[in-house]
Ligand binder design. Structure first.
Ligand code: KG4
Ligand code: ZN
Length: 355
């Protein structure tokens, strides 16, 4: 079984072909960083136009890379939410058009489910597992019990974690995209020079908070000489990253306990989403997992940040359980993971339109 995946929910245009042997036949990602850099963040209108310009060509290139034609596909999966509506519509309409013309099943994939199921593509991980989903727009702990079966144990009460990284990068004038810039600066820094708070640490439950951390960072930065020296920036970035690491470790410890109550399983702990590309945070969670005696699974960085292989894979998992989505499935800016349902062959669905 081979599925074409399309991703266009934010600032990456991506197309991939994945088969049921967990092989990536093609995995192409076109980042729009250069188009958004001068604005210091993603501009939705520019993102949508760029997806429109590049998506067709990228799909053609993916097929060529894999040595496949549209006739070799068994299904088409496109991200239908959550994300920026313009980009989502471009990807969804493109996927639906290919499905309609080829007479193939269409699968409307939730972007977060793409991140959530990635460890099954990379590590063939069985259910259940505890998922720490850390991306530009999200920070949550979920019990993953099956395809479409997610139980939210907690999440951020204010900023998403990637957003905190991006805002920190902006504050320290480290450039865009923020997460990798903060990580690079932190590598040269002394995490002990400045002391930042650890919001939520020690509190019961699995919620997160990052806005206080950002404010504390700004207050320290304001006491230093302006413009900040390279050393100051590095030390602040290191302090920020260390604080985030401690917060994540504490919350995951609580999450593992709750997960065991719910499922009887002791891990594994999976980290997914763009922020999981951060090596220092990985190490921090590695030591937590070792302490707790659970396995830690983190997909390789290229499959943590946005890509279409995860969308093709989530589509493939749904497809082989009998799912098919109607061609009038809307794109949704907001689509929480715990609102998903497991695919059911009996669920009302629309047969693909024949050409
Ligand atoms: O999952 P993703 O690619 O897109 C969303 O679905 O949001 O995540 C993007 C987020 C951005 O906020 C980016 O700054 C962050 O992931 N990120 C990182 C790193 N690489 C990407 N954050 C920290 N360290 C990194 N190395
Ligand atoms: Zn993402």
């Amino acid at each position: 079984m081979i599925v074409l995946g399309i991703e266009s929910s934010c600032d990456e245009t991506a197309a991939a072909l994945v088969d049921d042997g967990r092989r990536l036949r093609a995995n192409l990602v076109l980042s729009q960083f250069d188009e958004h850099r001068r604005f210091g963040g993603v501009v939705p209108e520019i993102a949508a136009r760029s997806h429109l310009t590049h998506l067709d060509g990228l799909i053609a290139e993916a097929l060529e890379t894999a040595g496949l034609g549209l006739g070799d596909l068994d299904g088409v999966a496109a991200t239908c939410g959550p994300g920026l509506i313009g980009g989502l519509m471009v990807g969804a309409v493109t996927g639906k058009a290919i499905a309609a013309v080829q007479g193939l099943p269409f699968i409307a994939v939730n972007h977060l489910e793409g991140h959530a199921l990635t460890p099954r593509l990379t590590d063939d991980l069985p259910f259940p597992y505890l998922l720490l989903l850390v991306s530009g727009g999200h920070c949550q702990l979920l019990a993953v019990e099956g395809v479409g079966r997610y139980r939210r144990l907690g999440g951020t009460v204010d900023d998403a974690i990637g957003e905190a990284f991006d805002k920190t990068a902006k504050l320290l004038d480290l450039g865009y995209p923020g997460g990798p810039a903060v990580e690079a600066a932190a590598r040269e820094g002394d995490a002990k020079r400045f002391r930042l708070p650890r919001p939520m640490v020690g509190r019961p439950g699995c919620d997160f908070s990052f806005s206080g951390l950002k404010t504390a960072l700004r207050q320290i930065a304001e006491t230093l000489d302006y413009p900040l020296s390279r050393r100051d920036k590095a030390d602040l970035a290191a302090a920020f990253q260390a604080a985030v690491g401690d917060v994540l470790a504490d919350r995951c410890r609580h999450g593992l306990a709750r997960f065991q109550e719910l499922t009887g399983a002791k891990g594994p702990l999976v980290v997914a989403g763009g922020v999981a590309a951060n090596q220092a945070l990985r190490q921090r969670l590695e030591s937590l997992a070792a302490d707790q005696g659970v396995r830690l699974v983190v997909p390789p960085p290229k499959l943590c940040t946005d890509n279409a292989a995860m969308i093709a894979w989530a589509g493939l998992e749904r497809l082989r359980l009998g799912a098919r989505d109607p061609l009038d499935t809307p794109a949704r800016p907001r689509w929480p993971l715990d609102e998903l349902t497991p695919p059911s062959p009996d669920a009302p669905s629309q047969e693909p339109v024949s050409p």
